[in-house]
Design a protein around this ligand. Sequence first.
Ligand SMILES: Cc1ncc(COP(=O)(O)O)c(C=O)c1O
Length: 455
Amino acid sequence: MSGERSTKPGKTVSYAYPDTTSRSSQLYKRARRSIPDGASRTLALIRPHPIYVASGEGAWVTDVDGHRYLDANNNFTSIILGHADPVVNEAVMQRLSNGTAFAMGTEAEIELAELLVERVPSIERIRFCNSGTEAVMGAIKAARAFTGRPMIAKVEGAYHGTYDHAETSLGAGPDNWGRNDAPASVTYAAGTPNSVAEEVAILPFNDTDASRSILARCGEQLAAVLIDTLPSRAGLPSVDLEFLETVFTTARAQGALVIMDEVISLRLGLGGNQGRLGLEPDLTSLGKIIGGGFPVGATGGRADIMDVFAQVDGQRAAVPTAGTFSANPVTMVAGYACINQLDEASFTRLEAIGNAIRQGCREVFADRGLDWQVTGEGSLFRVHPHGRPIRSYREARLDDAETRIMDELQKRLLEREVYFPGYGLGCMNLATSDGDIAHFIEAMADALPTVKENY
Ligand SMILES: Cc1ncc(COP(=O)(O)O)c(C=O)c1O
């Protein structure tokens, strides 16, 4: 596959965005009549009109107007093999013709559970749900039930879905974020009770001393630390290993658990980022790629902790869970068909794709005389339109002008046949060829002068 574009012959500027005559624009007008802001996922919006997709194949997607884009988003990092993977499709087709939703269990649930338990050594038991948000919520509830303690600690600016406690200090800014070494705990969605903020301690990513003190101050109130070792919204900075070790040991010294959020970072290795870094968290939240392109989440971990989800002698479980569609057989067979195709070579290739994109971007930024940066690991990368060294959320957080630059970049890349999200997190799938990588870099090189002109 290398050298050639996987499914798309190249050309430079294919159309001008926005296009108010396009079918995407018309659909958005229609959507706003029945859906607040016209979309169920805020991040899928591009203003003045989002792009509506018709199909995807391999590394490319085609919109309802017939424009094609190299996909540098992959449904917010949930597609790893490529769109419309034939093996996943075959498994799903077979499942569809045998029915899609039952009150009874299916063998498919056990097969995916066994595969994930085999791949991720810290996961001895696992339960499925429908989203990463639920997976994180389940892990937090399990930690509270197991320890009998109320508090969690999490990293400032880190995204873990939309459960109240998990989204604390997601949107903190200079007016409310407090000291660098003692970040304030700030609720996110309007109307969230202040008591939620009081139950969450906020850690500055990669600040070892400050995090040690903050965790120590939580004392016996702390149930768990929730940590994503490559936090996307905090800038996708690589984690400092001393910081990580301190977080693990300080939490455990107080009798608290460590929850690793691998909803995104499972795509970094066969055993996730915990496998790469040699970590053994007590609980792990999963999502995205384990559904093979279908809605999914899972909470896994040590067998004795996971027992909080089990009924004993017919009594209610310590943490009751349900979910009409949890472990839905369509998701389970798709997830199995996806994860089962991944081997060490897949992750080596994904790393090579990511390295080539990161290196290419750096060269393009230098060529264009910009101090822009790109962070990331594996198939994940994040573009930063500034030169502040990025170790945590505070340096990565974009001001209004920088946010506008990234919005502009997204639009100019659309015109050059690349779908790259305006919030700057890029993600490539395994179907990406060397020709596709070259297409991305050329598009970036070509788009930057027009972005610069505007700001
Ligand atoms: C690290 C992390 N945790 C949890 C979630 C929530 O997952 P979902 O969108 O499936 O609810 C996300 C979503 O992007 C995430 O990036």
